[in-house]
Design a protein around this ligand. Structure first.
Ligand code: DC
Length: 215
């Protein structure tokens, strides 16, 4: 069975999707991590970002492995590095590149072919798995998402203002929604869940109920 969870940055998708996968005993596929790895390798190899085929070549032979919550590139744990602001600022080169997207979707389908999965991203219900048995579009208001991010950063020892986060978040929302291929939008048959005012565990319980109805 395939469960897709799409939605904007900061909707709490990753936490919730991972916990949902655990509860169901499904594999978890973090597709954002894939685009992050392509951007990281492009940066390490100092490619010319205007050279789209060069980035596509990196994506086509991505030496990526998931080991639980760890993301490995040729065996090296890059889980923290792919989430730095430096890498985040480069992702759009990977996400806007049609050939990179094709390679990532092919990889996602390959990884999901063997087992039950919860897969999380922007285009999982629309492009990667249009026939998924259960599609969820997870969102929250821009303010709620920004506040959650500020709290996350505070716990990690970094102080930022809601306004600062909102500015970056709006930019990412615009980039994600404007993308011609694989842009952020709910599939017609997706269940839209707005998580304002809900705690993470409540969202997980709600999603688990939705999935079990379809099992
Ligand atoms: O979920 P995340 O923040 O790790 O995703 C990082 C970026 O990757 C996000 O800004 C958009 C892109 N992305 C995408 O284009 N398609 C996906 N399926 C997942 C992520």
């Amino acid at each position: 069975m395939i469960v897709t969870i799409d939605g904007p940055a900061g909707a709490g998708k990753s936490t919730v999707a991972r916990q949902l996968a655990d509860k169901l005993g499904f594999d978890f596929l973090d597709t954002g991590a894939m685009y992050r790895c392509v951007a990281l390798l492009g940066s390490r190899q100092q490619i010319d970002w205007a050279d789209q085929p060069a980035l596509a070549a990196i994506a086509a032979a991505l030496p990526l492995e998931f080991d639980g919550a760890r993301v490995l590139l040729e065996g090296e744990d890059v889980s923290a590095e792919i989430r730095t602001p430096e890498v985040t600022a480069l992702i759009h080169y990977a996400a806007d590149n049609t050939q990179v997207r094709e390679a990532m979707v092919a990889l996602q389908r390959k990884l999901a072919a063997e087992d039950d999965v919860v897969t999380e991203g922007r285009d999982q219900g629309t492009v990667a798995f249009p026939h998924a048995e259960c599609k969820i579009f997870l969102s929250a208001s821009a303010e709620e998402r920004a506040k959650r991010r500020v709290e996350q950063m505070r716990q990690a020892g970094k102080e930022v203002s809601v306004e600062q986060v909102l500015e970056q978040q709006n930019l990412r929302d615009q980039q994600d929604e404007a993308r011609e291929v694989g842009g952020l939008k709910a599939a017609d048959d997706a269940l839209v869940v707005i998580t304002d005012g809900m705690r993470a565990f409540e969202v997980v319980e709600h999603l688990e109920r939705l999935v079990r109805i379809r099992m």
